[in-house]
Write a protein that binds this ligand. Structure first.
Ligand SMILES: Cc1ncc(COP(=O)(O)O)c(C=O)c1O
Length: 458
C-alpha cells in the first residue's frame, strides 16, 4: 500500500534524470529502501547486488559507520560554513590538502563543487579566464571526444557527445567540437593500438587546423576511460599521446575523472596509471562515495599562478553557496580513510576477479566484446560476432536487460546499444564478484532465448 502510493506520488511529482518522462510514467518507480555493503534492498524487501555502485559512485559501499559518525559529528559541530568572505572550515581545508598530496604533478589547488557537472562547468570558466589572463582571448574553441560525457549543465552538455543531451537543447555551441573516439571494437582504423593512436592524433591535428590553428583552440577534454558512452577503454598510450599533442600545441588538457577517480580503475586517479599530468582534473562520485553531493576540480599550479596574478586584488568571480561544504568534506575525509586503509587494495584484488569473470563470458554467443579496467567494465552484446551486429532495436536492450538482471538480483547498467556496464563497489567480496558473473550469465542465457534475438541470430 505504502509502496503503491509512493509510485503514484513519484509519477505525479518527481522528475527523473535522463528518462523518457512518458516511459517512466508508464513503468513507475522502483523504490530503494536500504543498503549495506555491496547490496541494496527495495521497498518490497528484495535484496540485490549493486553491480553499478548506484551511479558508479558508491565506491566504498553502503553503510559504513565511520562515514555516518563523521557526518553526524560535523552536523552537530558546524553544519555549514561559507568559503566566501575569506571564511573556511577545518574539514574542507584538510580534504583539499590531502587530495593535493595524492594528485598528479602540480595539480595542487582544489575547488570544491557539488558534483561532476558543475566541476566541468567550472573548468570552462577557468579555461576562458586563463587565456584572457594570458592575453590570448582568441583561443576560444573547445574540443572533446565523440561518445564522451562531461555532464549536463548548459555548457557541459555541449562538450558531452551523446545525442540525448543535445536534442532539443540548442547545444553544442559553435565553439564546441568533437574528434572521433578511440573505440577499439568499432574503429575504422582497425584495432591495433598504434593505428588508433595515429588516427586520433591525425584527427586532433586536422580539427585544430580546421579551426584556424592552435592559436584558436583553448582546451581539449577527455575521460581516461569513456564511461557513459559505454565504458570504452582506450588503447595503452592513447591518453598520453593526446596529452603530449595538446602540450605541444599549447592547448589546455582537462582530464575528466568523475568516474575513473577514487580507485575505480585501481589507483586513486587513472591519470597516475597513464603517467600524465593534466592542466585540470575533475572528480566527484567516489570523492564522497555518493553519501552526499560533492565534486572537486584540481587546478594546476601553473594555471593558478597566472589567474591569481592577473586578478591581483580583484575577486575571481566564481563560486557556489555550497562549495567546500563542511559536512561533505568531513565525509570525504572519512571515505579517504577507508580507501587508504584497505578499500583501494581490495578494489584492485576483486577488480582483477571481475575482469577475469567477465572475460570467461567471452564465448557466450551474445558477447562480442569484453572490456574494462579494475572495477569498471562492460560487455558489448551482438547477434553476429563476425559482423559485430548490434542487438535488434526490438530487443530494447536498455530496459529488457536491466529488468531481467534486476529480476535475477543484480543491478547493472544497460546502455541503449546493447552494452552492459559494471562498476561495483570496491568493498565487494570474492563471492559478490562470483555472483555478479553468475547472474550475468543467467541474464545472457535468458536474452539468448528471446524469440526476436534468436531470429536476429539465424
Ligand atoms: C565523466 C563524467 N563527467 C561528468 C559527469 C557529471 O557528473 P554529475 O552527474 O555529478 O553532475 C559524469 C557523471 O556521470 C561523468 O561520468
Amino acid at each position: 500500500m505504502l509502496a503503491n502510493s509512493l509510485v503514484e506520488l513519484d509519477r505525479a511529482h518527481l522528475i527523473h534524470p535522463v528518462a523518457s518522462w512518458r516511459g517512466h510514467e508508464a513503468a513507475g518507480v522502483r523504490v530503494l529502501k536500504s543498503a549495506k555493503g555491496a547490496t541494496v534492498t527495495d521497498a518490497s524487501g528484495r535484496t540485490l547486488l549493486d553491480g553499478f555502485a548506484g551511479l558508479w559512485c558508491v565506491n566504498a559501499g553502503y553503510g559504513h559507520e565511520s562515514i555516518i559518525e563523521a557526518a553526524t559529528k560535523q552536523l552537530r559541530e558546524l553544519p555549514y560554513a561559507t568559503g566566501y568572505f575569506g571564511l573556511g572550515s577545518e574539514p574542507a581545508i584538510r580534504l583539499a590538502s590531502r587530495l593535493a598530496e595524492h594528485a598528479p604533478g602540480d595539480l595542487t589547488h582544489v575547488f570544491f563543487t557539488l558534483g561532476g557537472s558543475d566541476a566541468i562547468d567550472t573548468t570552462v570558466r577557468f579555461v576562458r579566464y586563463y587565456w584572457q589572463a594570458k592575453g590570448q582571448p582568441q583561443k576560444e574553441h573547445f574540443l572533446s571526444v565523440e561518445q564522451g560525457y562531461h555532464g549536463s549543465t548548459t555548457v557541459g552538455s555541449g562538450l558531452t557527445a551523446l545525442p540525448a543531451f543535445h536534442t532539443g537543447f540548442g547545444v553544442p555551441y559553435t565553439w564546441q567540437h568533437k574528434i572521433p573516439s578511440h573505440y577499439s571494437y568499432r574503429n575504422p582504423a582497425g584495432d591495433r593500438p598504434e593505428a588508433i593512436i595515429a588516427a586520433s592524433l591525425a584527427a586532433l591535428t586536422a580539427k585544430v587546423e580546421a579551426l584556424g590553428g592552435a592559436d584558436k583552440v583553448a582546451a581539449f577534454y577527455l575521460e581516461p576511460i569513456q564511461g557513459s558512452g559505454g565504458v570504452i577503454v582506450p588503447p595503452t598510450g592513447w591518453v598520453k599521446a593526446m596529452r603530449e599533442a595538446c602540450k605541444a600545441m599549447d592547448i589546455l588538457f582537462i582530464a575528466d575523472e568523475v568516474i575513473t577517480g577514487f580507485g575505480r580503475t585501481g589507483p586513486i586517479f587513472a591519470c597516475l596509471e597513464e603517467d600524465i599530468v593534466p592542466d585540470m582534473m575533475t572528480t566527484a562520485k567516489g570523492l564522497t562515495s555518493g553519501y552526499v553531493p560533492m565534486g572537486a576540480l584540481f587546478l594546476s599550479d601553473h594555471m593558478y599562478q597566472v589567474m591569481a596574478d592577473a586578478a591581483g586584488p580583484a575577486a575571481i568571480g566564481h563560486g557556489f553557496t555550497y562549495s567546500a561544504h563542511p559536512v561533505s568534506a568531513a565525509i570525504g575525509l572519512a571515505v579517504l580513510d577507508l580507501y587508504e586503509n584497505g578499500l583501494f587494495d581490495n578494489g584492485r584484488k576483486v577488480g582483477a576477479l571481475l575482469q577475469q569473470g567477465l572475460a570467461s563470458l567471452a564465448d557466450h554467443p551474445l558477447v562480442g566484446n569484453v572490456r574494462g579496467r579494475g572495477m569498471l567494465a562492460a560487455l558489448e552484446l551482438v547477434t553476429d560476432k563476425e559482423r559485430k551486429t548490434p542487438l535488434p532495436a526490438s530487443a530494447k536492450a536498455s530496459t529488457r536487460i536491466f529488468d531481467r538482471a534486476w529480476d535475477n538480483g543484480l543491478v547493472i547498467r544497460a546502455f541503449m546499444q546493447g552494452v552492459v556496464g559494471y562498476a561495483p563497489p570496491l568493498c565487494c567480496t570474492e563471492d559478490d564478484i562470483a555472483e555478479i558473473i553468475e547472474r550475468t550469465r543467467k541474464t545472457l542465457d535468458q536474452t539468448l532465448a528471446d524469440p526476436d534475438v534468436r531470429a536476429a541470430m539465424a
